[in-house]
Design a protein around this ligand. Sequence first.
Ligand code: AMP
Length: 175
Amino acid sequence: MSLVDEIKNAIRDVPDFPKPGIMFKDITPIFENQYLCNKIVDGFIKALPNNIDAIVGIESRGFLFGILIANKLNLPFVLVRKSGKLPYKTISQEYSLEYGNAKIEMHIDSLKKNWNVVIHDDLLATGGTAEAAAQLVKQQNANVKAFTFLVELEFLKGKEKLIKHSNNIICLAQY
Ligand code: AMP
């Protein structure tokens, strides 16, 4: 079976979560299969460019494969968290949600100038969250070299928002 099929077989669709009309892609069963986890990490690594200086993971499901990829590549892992969660001095970026605004943050000293980074999250929907993460990277004068996602919801056209930051957008499984 191909990696895409294995990922799709493992993902559980949960209708109407967290609210009516949303089909939630539950990736938790993937973490119960250590062999598949290893294959996914290798799948991401194979697709990534060389000369990466850090992996940036978006709270909270972006931490899961984010840290595994970073660790296997021997690279620093940098956390992007929701507002108010990081303990030290932060930079922040607001972005709009379907209703209202949200804010994400990164520690002020996490990235060095001119570093080439990869932004990772579990799922690309509208692209608003990953785009805000890209703005945080740029605020630190670092470069977005690539985005990686386990899943892309193609019909939401999130790639269109990200392409101006990097056209290297790696999604292992599409719906
Ligand atoms: P967006 O900013 O619209 O691209 O949303 C991406 C973020 O929302 C990611 O961190 C996802 O984990 C989460 N998300 C959005 N839609 C879904 C969905 N249908 N299933 C699971 N997670 C989702």
